[in-house]
Design a protein around this ligand. Structure first.
Ligand code: UD1
Ligand code: UDP
Length: 361
């Protein structure tokens, strides 16, 4: 089995690690492609070091741009590489532009596509990731859902039942594998933070940070919360340009955190305020209360079976939600199958399915 595995942006590096490891353990040949969607030291290199992720075999150097420019840059660079590699399958993860671009190229080249983290739906098509999810799932041959509602969405949208697999959550595989190493990081001490006495903020969704009026509202809420619980805020590069020194008192900005530091900061936090998909999942597994500053989530299982609450983006709702959580933290719970073995299950299905196809010729 020869699998081409794609990663391009921060959350992708975290998701491909267990898939690459499991494929290697099962004796598959893997070609690892970095699209270059994220390229800064703090958005790319640090994850290779923190995760012990092997260096990519191929780099597409797509870089930043509008949706069309970025998606096209990945597609244009990936098409000839795919023809040269002629793999048995292309594995894409998550919902970023690189995911969509490589899935489309492979589907049109008649190379089977496997989508890891299939079936997530926020129901909000103004979110670029929602378009990426829908289209990627539609053109994929193997669909690996992280949780049961993903399976429900895929079947409701007409996916062939034999293509859909409930695999569990690869991001959780990485989290469980790295938790002890994260615990020994000196980041809290370095920042003068006491465990259980601060909140962690991450914000990067265009709907939250690109519109100055929305961002101002969020900052007002953070300022209110910081009067009761100081906040640390590792700032995503999209957000950095928008903040322009407007942070309220009690909210401390940092550069984007490395993976182990980000996990350490979550583990020590009294609460997490975020619009990230991955952080909703990680805080659930770590049992740390999470408020999602969005109107919807594609990960409702973190609400039904975790510590997450979707509070929306109005400053009063965010502040009220945070005060409630500070007074009465929700009990920790964790979804089934978020057990650290999703990568292995995915590799096993890939091996079985592609072998069967090869036998059929
Ligand atoms: C992308 C994904 C989003 C994901 C996020 C993870 C899409 C549509 N969006 O959003 O789903 O949650 O990554 O972090 O694929 N930039 C840098 N350095 C970098 C990378 C980006 O400075 O290494 C800046 C550039 O100004 C760029 C902007 O960040 O224009 C946005 O980057 P981009 O990858 O287009 O989108 P993200 O907001 O990072
Ligand atoms: N993360 C990180 N440093 C940060 C913010 C997030 O390492 O400063 C990690 C986080 O722990 C999770 C992943 O990045 O593993 C989530 O990625 P992100 O929030 O960028 O994207 P999303 O999950 O929303 O697509």
């Amino acid at each position: 089995l020869h699998a081409v595995v794609i990663a391009g942006a921060r959350p992708n590096f975290i998701k491909v690690k267990p898939v690459l490891d499991a494929l290697a353990a099962d004796g598959a040949r893997t070609s690892f492609v970095h699209t270059g969607q994220h390229y800064d030291e703090a958005m790319s290199d640090v994850f290779f070091a923190d995760l012990g992720l092997r260096q990519p075999d191929h780099h597409l150097e797509a870089g930043s741009g509008s949706h069309a420019v970025q998606t096209a840059a990945v597609m244009t660079a990936f098409e000839p590489l795919l023809a040269r590699l002629a793999p048995d399958v292309v594995v894409v993860v998550g919902d970023v532009n690189s995911t969509l671009a490589c899935a489309l190229v492979a589907a049109k080249a008649n190379v089977p596509v496997a989508h890891v983290e299939a079936g997530l739906r926020s129901g909000d098509r103004t979110m670029p990731e929602e378009i990426n999810r829908i289209v990627t799932d539609r053109v994929s041959d193997l669909l690996f859902a992280p949780s049961p509602e993903g399976v429900v969405h895929l079947l409701a949208e007409g996916a062939r039942p034999e293509s859909v697999h409930l695999a569990g959550n690869v991001m959780v595989d990485t989290l469980l594998a790295c938790r002890e190493r994260a615990r020994s990081r000196p980041v809290l001490a370095d920042l003068g933070l006491t465990p259980g006495e601060y909140g962690l903020v991450t914000l990067h969704r265009p709907s939250n940070v690109d519109d100055p009026a929305v961002l101002d509202g969020l900052l007002t809420a953070l300022g209110e919360i910081a009067r009761r619980c100081p906040l640390v805020f590792p700032v995503h590069p999209r957000t950095a340009g928008r903040l322009a020194g407007r942070l309220p008192d009690g909210v401390r900005a940092l550069g984007p955190a490395g993976y182990l530091d980000c996990v350490a900061l979550q583990m020590g936090a009294r609460l997490v305020l975020t619009d990230s998909g991955g952080v909703q999942e990680e805080s659930t597994v770590l049992g740390v209360p999470c408020l999602t500053l969005r109107e919807s989530t594609e990960r409702p299982i973190t609400v039904a079976e975790g510590t997450n609450r979707v509070v929306g983006c109005s400053p009063t709702a965010i502040t009220a939600g945070a005060f409630e959580v500070l007074d009465r933290p929700p009990p920790p719970r964790c979804p089934d199958l978020w057990d650290g073995h999703a990568g292995r299950r995915i590799s096993a299905v890939l091996g079985r399915t592609l072998e069967r196809r090869a036998r059929r010729g």
